[in-house]
Design a protein around this ligand. Structure first.
Ligand SMILES: NC(=O)c1ccc[n+]([C@@H]2O[C@H](COP(=O)([O-])OP(=O)(O)OC[C@H]3O[C@@H](n4cnc5c(N)ncnc54)[C@H](OP(=O)(O)O)[C@@H]3O)[C@@H](O)[C@H]2O)c1
Length: 271
């Protein structure tokens, strides 16, 4: 990244949700390495120590906000704090939950949590920060969807539909803000080995899981580069693109449902 770009956004901040681990952490490190200041949101209070490490290591500002994005009032408070203290040039809505389970076995609370984090928190935080973003000469939003958004699939509860929401929400916003200095991008990654639970699920998916596997660091690197170029949909793995665009849904949906059902037959303790 050229020094020119980081100096263009000097004094401004990138906000990342779910920043203490997995892809969110990879985004935080990628942005810091490139010289950008960050506001890192996490449900885990360890984020405050992580911000301190980032400040020391990368000589950029990094501020943590501990927030449970499952709670509507907490989202309002976090947004008010951000708007009062930080000019925001980039919002990355990364926090999200998923999993594989037969629908009749999923508790209502689990479904509600997925919808709350993936759908409500993503759209509400965007709404609450939009004026801040529009106040900058140039600003960006990246929403993290999933390959699961691209074809209906069974045994994933409300996850694929919630990620289809994220994708459509992003593309609609992008059209609405075209020419107004705000560029909206969406990424639909395949599997990323970000937690022991997800590693277990990928192993059970066999060949297909490994084919679409990408590291969170690679996704973060590619996304940051492409967001700044104003790219609409960011592709991180050619196989994901080939499968989702060339294989019709009448083949994809039964195939993916069969693969995911295998995961649920011997569920790991966390799934
Ligand atoms: N891993 C994959 O295979 C995969 C594939 C496609 C898409 N994705 C998407 O990529 C994104 C990141 O996934 P990941 O695998 O890195 O995450 P993860 O390991 O599944 O962890 C869940 C993420 O949501 C955040 N989170 C959970 N509960 C929260 C709460 N109550 N309040 C605020 N944040 C909360 C966590 O951050 P904190 O712990 O810091 O709060 C963490 O970033 C998600 O949107 C996911 O759906 C993942």
């Amino acid at each position: 990244m050229s020094k020119e770009l980081s100096s263009r956004f000097a004094g401004k901040y990138a906000v990342v949700t779910g920043a203490s681990r997995g892809l969110g952490r990879a985004f935080a490190l990628e942005l810091s390495q490139r010289g950008f200041n960050t506001v890192l949101l996490s449900s885990n209070c360890q984020i405050l120590a992580q911000c301190e490490e980032i400040r020391k290591k990368y000589h950029v500002d990094s501020q943590g906000i501990v927030v449970n994005l499952m709670e509507k009032n907490a989202i309002y408070s976090a947004a008010a704090e951000i708007n009062a203290r930080y000019p925001v040039f980039l919002l990355i809505n990364n926090a999200g939950l998923g999993g594989s389970q037969p629908f009749e076995q999923a508790t209502p609370e689990r479904l509600e949590n997925i919808l709350q984090l993936n759908v409500v928190a993503t759209s509400l935080l965007t709404k609450l920060l939009i004026d801040n973003l529009l106040n900058q000469d140039k600003s960006f939003i990246l929403n993290v969807s999933s390959m699961a958004a691209l074809a209906p699939v069974g045994y994933k509860m409300v996850y694929p539909a919630s990620k289809a929401f994220v994708r459509h929400f992003s593309l609609g916003l992008r059209a609405e803000y075209k020419g107004k200095g705000l560029s909206v991008s969406v990424v639909c990654p395949g599997a990323m080995a970000t937690s022991p639970e997800i590693v277990g699920r990928i192993e059970k998916q066999g060949f297909f899981g490994k084919l679409t596997l990408v590291t969170p660091e690679r996704v973060a690197r590619k996304c940051v580069r492409q967001i700044l170029k104003g790219k609409k949909e960011i592709l991180v793995n050619p196989w994901s693109f080939i499968l989702s665009s060339l294989v019709p849904n009448c083949i994809q949906t039964p195939l993916l449902t069969h693969i995911v059902r295998r995961e649920t037959q011997n569920p790991s303790p966390n799934t």
